[in-house]
Design a protein around this ligand. Structure first.
Ligand SMILES: NC(=O)c1ccc[n+]([C@@H]2O[C@H](COP(=O)([O-])OP(=O)(O)OC[C@H]3O[C@@H](n4cnc5c(N)ncnc54)[C@H](O)[C@@H]3O)[C@@H](O)[C@H]2O)c1
Ligand SMILES: O=P(O)(O)OC[C@H](O)CO
Length: 331
């Protein structure tokens, strides 16, 4: 196995679990956190006090930050970003002077930026330039952080326009228990990873409203078709929607109470207000901002997608969930 020096940016659930996995492969791994107390706890107690709190982190994982410095980047070959999508741009702006073309950048966030309707790939190109953007890789697929640290089999997609970089990213992660498969359809992977979160909120709402399996299966199928239709409008390969990053992640997130997006929907279905759900969730639910971005993207491309529109209305127009479902079904 080749030696890699990995700098993980973002010390939430996913950054922590991927750092844990990479340490188990004997990579040299440092993880950046924006909170000094988290850095201190990782280095002293080998625990992340905020996320995956029960996991004992490996001794060879080093916490760094909250300030960025040149040495952190000079000593890394791979930079893995696990930052929520709405904050990705500001982090890239802060680190851009430290990034070199030789670095392999891998982004693992899922979502669409509300202010620009851009995917992480487009944000990376805009902030870091065409070459670095095109050489970056994007990791997506059905992967709950908690299962990764429990050593549960996980299969993800890694996409890059540069096939050598995709293979490099694959090699960083790939094991018998954590499988990574390469693809070139970057925007398809990113679209699927974003939209499945909105559809998981819809599925959660159905659960919260006590709809049963028949309704959930219909919602899942019609939701998948919305994903394919939006993908076709923006030039994605429809086959990507049938991969791990597409239907795989959609299935995982729409059917599991481990999903934060499903949980947001479920609690909405039970009558809680979005504000109180988001403030007590303790973790990001990317489907919430993405529902707004996807709504605006659909308007821009003049396409009507009723499930995603229903989620948007529940979240952003305070529309009653039960009424929205009754009037929307069978989509
Ligand atoms: N958790 C999972 O199972 C999982 C799996 C696959 C992909 N993802 C994706 O990974 C991304 C991160 O998710 P997560 O689960 O780690 O989220 P999380 O809520 O567990 O953690 C979010 C992290 O982002 C940091 N953060 C928040 N605001 C920030 C800002 N303004 N600047 C810099 N950092 C900031 C927080 O400090 C925290 O470390 C999301 O896009 C998510 O969809 C998560
Ligand atoms: O908990 P969720 O809903 O953010 O889903 C996490 C991952 O995206 C699942 O692949």
């Amino acid at each position: 196995m080749t030696k890699e020096d990995v700098l993980v940016l973002g010390c939430g659930n996913f950054g922590t679990c991927l750092a844990y996995h990479l340490c188990s492969l004997n990579r040299s791994v440092r993880i950046w956190a924006r909170d000094a107390a988290v850095v201190e706890s990782i280095n002293t107690h080998h625990k992340n006090p905020k996320y995956l709190k029960d996991t004992v982190l490996p001794d060879n994982l080093t916490g760094v930050g909250p300030e960025f410095n040149k040495e952190m980047f000079d000593s890394a070959t791979v930079i893995l970003l696990c930052i929520p999508t709405q904050h990705l741009r500001s982090i890239l702006e802060k680190i851009k002077s430290f990034i070199k073309e030789e670095h392999l950048l891998i982004m693992a966030n899922k979502g669409i930026e509300i202010s620009t309707l851009q995917f992480p790939f487009e944000i990376a190109k805009e902030v870091l330039g065409e070459t670095i953007g095109n050489n970056s890789a994007f990791l997506s697929g059905p992967s709950f952080a908690v299962e990764v640290v429990q050593n549960g089999l996980t299969c993800v997609s890694v996409a890059s326009h540069n096939s050598e970089r995709a293979k490099w990213a694959q090699k960083c992660f790939h094991t018998k228990i954590f499988r990574a498969y390469t693809t070139k359809d970057v925007v398809g992977v990113e679209l699927a990873g974003s939209i499945k979160n909105v559809l998981a909120i819809a599925s959660g709402v159905a659960g919260g409203l006590d709809y049963q399996s028949n309704a959930k299966a219909a919602l899942f199928t019609r939701g998948a078709s919305e994903m394919v239709r939006l993908g076709a409008k923006i030039g994605c390969d429809p086959i990507t929607m049938l991969t791990l990053a597409g239907i795989g992640d959609l299935f995982l997130t729409c059917t599991s109470e481990k999903s934060r997006n499903y949980t947001v929907g479920y609690r909405l279905g039970k009558g809680e207000k979005l504000k109180e759900i988001v403030s007590s969730l303790g973790s990001v639910a990317e489907g919430v901002p993405t529902a707004k971005a996807a709504h605006d993207l659909c308007e821009k491309h003049n396409i009507k997608l009723p499930i995603m529109e229903g989620v948007y209305q529940i979240l952003y127009e305070d529309r009653d969930a039960r009424r929205t479902f009754r009037s929307g079904a069978p989509w």
